[in-house]
Ligand binder design. Structure first.
Ligand SMILES: Cc1cc2nc3c(=O)[nH]c(=O)nc-3n(C[C@H](O)[C@H](O)[C@H](O)COP(=O)(O)O)c2cc1C
Length: 367
């Protein structure tokens, strides 16, 4: 272990979740699940990351129903018996290799493209039918649809616990269904599901609260959030730290344990006047553990962008400094781990010369 990366290999302890190190595999859609069922190749892919000492694996986004939740072919669900049996093998494989795995529950909401699905006649769901601010393309979700969506999230979380997943992460980021309720540009409702922060967090809070009732006080519940939106990387759901608190506090009250704040570059500050990033602020305003993410271990333009060494894929100094200051607790790694299941052990053992750069070719296979 190199002295500079010690913090990454310190065990993480919290109320509901303990991990052997601070590295989380970021959720990454792979679309390798024909008929929405994760097969042996998917199980082997996750197991390889467990063998490679990832502290917590988060699965790719997993659909909470077979109609409105997904528009993407070969995305797994956690609804059918066959898909659940597939996930059981994934979980058992990861546990067999001494790892831990949480499932990311995903409803694409307004970013589902009906035409790409088996149900092109079913409109997509979102708070106000708005995908991009300024234009409603569908009807707002009805009260009955909201109830159905909540129930489906809760059922999926309960199924995940029964299958042996070590945690559930609700995908509340990147303009998808939950995010369409959080952001005032896409939530134009004037009923109890919209309006102020209380209204705009109500949908997520109901999912969390009802899940918490079913899974018990000790089961880890994570939520992934992003300020940025798919069509606008500079968007901000919360314009100030005070707004961040108004956004996150209700989620804690509803039963969230850990915040996973999605950023494209972990070193970018959230608000003027402070170096804290989104995970830093999440931890500061809630007191809850936080996961950061964004361009860790990537070389080229990403590293150059903050003045690191372009020739060194794992220039992690900035990350280590922020974690040493306890600004956030865990770091998620996406593309570097998609490329290389051994990324963690290579970093731990200082085998920097063996690190591989991420290339788009890696997306085409499930190694
Ligand atoms: C191929 C791919 C698929 C992704 N799929 C998801 C997903 O299903 N859910 C999610 O929350 N984020 C998803 N992301 C975003 C990643 O979780 C992560 O936040 C992003 O890649 C930045 O981390 P990195 O720079 O370490 O790759 C995906 C990213 C990639 C590259």
């Amino acid at each position: 272990m190199s002295a500079t990366t010690d913090i990454l290999f310190t065990p993480f302890t919290s109320e509901n979740l303990n991990l052997k190190n601070r590295i989380v595999m970021a959720p990454m859609t792979r679309s390798f699940s024909p008929d929405n069922i994760p097969g042996e190749d998917v199980a082997a892919y996750y197991r390889r990351r467990a063998e490679g000492d990832v502290g917590l694996i988060l699965t790719e986004g997993v659909s909470t129903n077979q109609t409105t939740a997904s528009g993407t072919p070969n995305v797994p669900n956690i609804v059918t018996d066959a898909a659940k049996a597939g996930w059981k093998k994934v979980v058992d494989g990861v546990h067999g290799a001494g790892g831990k795995i949480g499932v990311q529950l995903w409803h694409e909401g307004p970013y589902r493209n009906p035409e790409k699905t088996a149900h092109p006649d079913i409109p997509s769901w979102s708070a106000s039918g708005v995908k991009v601010p300024g234009k409603a393309i569908w009807e707002p979700m009805s009260e009955a649809e909201i109830e159905t969506a909540i129930t489906e999230f809760v059922d999926a979380a309960v199924a995940a616990k029964e299958l042996g997943f070590d945690a559930v992460e609700f995908h509340g980021a990147h303009s998808y269904l939950l995010d369409s309720f959080f952001w005032d540009q896409t939530n134009l409702r004037d009923d109890k599901w919209g309006g102020d922060w209380k209204g705009r967090t109500h949908f997520a809070c109901e999912i969390i609260r009802r899940t918490r009732e079913k899974v018990g006080a000790n089961y880890p519940l994570i939520i992934r959030l992003s300020q940025w939106k798919q069509q606008d990387f500079s968007a901000k759901t919360a314009a100030t730290p005070q707004e961040m608190e108004q956004w996150l506090a209700p989620l804690v009250e509803a039963g969230i344990d850990i915040f996973h704040m999605s950023q494209r570059r972990f070193w970018e500050p959230s608000f003027e006047g402070s170096a804290l990033n989104d995970a830093g602020w999440a931890k500061k305003v809630t007191g809850k553990p936080a996961i950061s993410v964004g361009s860790v271990g990537l070389s080229g333009e990403f590293i150059a962008a903050y003045g690191g060494e372009a020739s060194e894929p794992a220039s992690l100094d900035r990350l280590v400094e922020m974690m040493d200051r306890e600004e956030f607790d865990l770091i998620a790694v996406g593309r570097a781990l998609l490329q290389d299941p051994e990324w963690v052990v290579k970093i731990r053992d200082g085998r920097n010369g063996d690190l591989q750069n991420f290339t788009k070719d890696a997306l085409g296979k499930l190694y």
